[in-house]
Ligand binder design. Structure first.
Ligand SMILES: C[S@@+](CC[C@H](N)C(=O)[O-])C[C@H]1O[C@@H](n2cnc3c(N)ncnc32)[C@H](O)[C@@H]1O
Length: 203
């Protein structure tokens, strides 16, 4: 068990919500859902002590940018120490909802938006209005064909992500606790679901 995680969990159990980092198997399974070698901009919500962030940094190319959100300031400092020498990685000790500002500052939205948003935050704890706003913002700020990948203990996202063209879910046991990995894909530019009568998304 990571000592910093245990301390932060005891300090704020409802927000930090976990004591064990995700397993290596879960990190691999989630990140294998997409080829990150060509990604330009990736956003991570709820990085914790950094198990996904470290693996993402090894998969991303030299020109990519990784915007990382971690609400707990102590965990965010721990992340900053790990990535102090990596100019591609920016750590924000903020609510994930602030990601749009960073994308705007990067000038990414003008050139299409983020390629992927990965979320480890317990979305099921968010109040419904906040969750709705966050998921709509993610959809809006993803590039056409971009992916929103969330891992959490509940499979509730299907009903909240109808604006995406595709939704896929996998229950993954080799993690404590087991996780639902949910992948939502935004329609490519020429295949917006609203423009395609009769087209339904994959479940
Ligand atoms: C279940 S842990 C996942 C941590 C890590 N990604 C892993 O897989 O081991 C969730 C993390 O999200 C952070 N968090 C919770 N709500 C958040 C929010 N609204 N914005 C940013 N981070 C948040 C918590 O502080 C915690 O570190």
């Amino acid at each position: 068990m990571s000592a910093i995680l245990f301390r932060r969990f005891l300090a704020n159990p409802m927000k930090v919500a976990y004591m064990l980092p995700s397993s290596k198997a879960l990190v691999k399974r989630v990140l294998d859902k997409m080829d990150f070698s060509a990604a330009r901009v990736v956003v991570e919500f709820g990085a914790g002590e950094g198990c996904f962030t470290r693996e993402l940094a090894t998969r991303l190319g030299p020109e990519a940018r990784l915007l990382v959100y971690e609400l707990d300031p102590h965990l965010a400092d721990h992340l900053r120490e790990q990535f102090a020498d990596d100019d591609r990685v920016q750590i924000f000790a903020e609510d994930a909802a602030g990601f749009r500002n960073a994308l705007r500052d990067l000038g990414t939205l003008g050139s299409g938006g983020a390629d992927c948003v990965i979320s480890g935050i317990p979305l099921s704890y968010l109040e419904p209005k906040k969750k709705k706003a966050l998921l709509h913002a993610v959809h809006e700020d993803l590039a056409p064909g971009g992916r929103f990948i969330a891992y959490q203990v509940t499979p509730e996202l299907k009903v909240h992500t109808r604006m995406f063209a595709e939704y896929k879910m996998e229950y993954f046991l080799p993690n404590l606790p087991p996780m639902f990995i949910q992948v939502c894909r935004k329609a490519p530019a020429r295949e917006r679901i609203a423009d395609t009568p009769g087209k339904s998304r994959v479940a």
